[in-house]
Design a protein around this ligand. Structure first.
Ligand code: NAP
Length: 309
């Protein structure tokens, strides 16, 4: 039986693993479908302390994993399909196999929010994407107009990155002011290849009949006017939804699915702790996720020590 199983391998997960490993608990990290988490899909991370020149997101996560493994953490590629937290030991079902554990640290992060359009769904991976770093360099996008949807840091970062490939990048936002941090917003808006489209919503992605992206239909939310903008790709960057579905009914969460810790990082289930974006809709930074991961591991260690007394 495991002492500590960490579900998720982003900043929160690997930092929890580092601390649990150094407490001699040999934690098992279940990576999920995207090992390294969301940071592996970003470009340069400029706000993680200790890297004055910035650090590549993928490299940062690889280093975190190596650091935790050096002290005995183990990684298992796999997805948790079900979690029985009704009694100890807890039983997780990982790719059909049961894993028994005395404590769980939920660090499942969040996944990309979708616009919810039928055409978006039908054209996913046919020009509609949720990750500029992963897909931006594809030949289908080179020297063509592109559309980025959203007004936060992700949208600004993606739009700026895509200016390397697209002929022009239309940044479509539903309001007239960006939500992004000042530095990211200024960088995007001062780029001559980025054309902001304010107060506008994408109502349809064209063209399902051709089975590829040829443009977007936009609606001005103030005037109601509609128009079409030609593009070869649509990059949706409108935030995230917490990856907590499998814990519904077992762990207390808010109406948006964010897990609500009860005391420190402990959830309503004694022995189940939480860290990172799946419990944080306020800060959502790599460093805050790492900090929560550290706290969750320390609390799991204390919980196990108290059980053995
Ligand atoms: P976010 O800050 O939640 O912004 C989401 C954006 O999408 C908002 O502008 C929002 O509009 C818009 N939006 C939401 N739902 C929409 C919908 N259905 N249709 C159209 N637009 C919609 O998300 P994020 O940009 O992914 O950032 C998440 C967190 O990661 C933030 O804390 C951010 O600071 C951090 N981050 C940091 C960096 C960096 O520092 N390098 C890079 C990326 C992300 P409204 O503005 O109207 O709400």
């Amino acid at each position: 039986m495991e002492k500590v199983v960490i579900i998720g391998s982003g900043c929160a997960g690997w930092t929890a693993a580092l601390y649990a490993a150094r407490a001699n608990l040999q934690p098992l990290v279940l990576t999920g479908v995207q090992p390294g988490g969301l940071l592996t899909t970003t470009t340069i991370v400029e706000n993680y302390p200790g890297f004055p020149e910035g650090v590549d997101g993928y490299e940062l996560m690889t280093r975190m994993q190596k650091q935790a493994e050096r002290f005995g953490a183990r990684a298992q590629f796999g997805t948790v399909e079900a979690a029985d937290l009704s009694k100890a030991p807890f039983v997780l079902t990982v790719d059909g196999e049961p894993v028994e554990t005395r404590t769980v640290i939920v660090a499942t992060g969040a996944s990309h929010r979708h616009l919810g359009l039928e055409s978006e769904h039908k054209l996913e991976n046919k020009g509609v994407t949720y990750c500029a770093t992963c897909d931006g360099a594809l030949p289908m996008f080179r020297n063509h107009p592109l559309v980025v949807v959203g007004g936060g840091d992700s949208a600004c970062e993606e739009a700026t990155y895509l200016t390397r490939f697209g002929s022009v990048v239309h940044l479509v936002h539903r309001r007239h002011a960006l939500r992004a941090s000042k530095i990211m917003a200024e960088r995007a808006l001062s780029n001559p290849k980025i054309k902001p489209v304010w107060d506008s919503a994408v109502t349809e992605i064209l063209d399902v009949n051709q089975d590829k992206v040829t443009g977007v239909r936009l609606k001005n939310l103030k005037t109601g006017a509609e128009r079409t903008v030609d593009c070869a790709g649509v990059f949706v960057a409108i935030g995230h939804v917490p990856s907590t579905q499998i814990f519904k009914g077992a762990i207390t969460m808010d109406e948006n699915g964010y897990i609500q810790p009860q005391r420190g990082t402990m959830t309503n289930v004694p022995g189940v702790f939480v860290a990172g974006d799946c419990a944080d809709h306020v800060y959502r930074q790599a460093i805050t996720a790492a900090g929560m991961g550290c706290a969750a591991a320390i609390e799991a260690e204390r919980y196990l020590a108290a059980l053995n007394q």
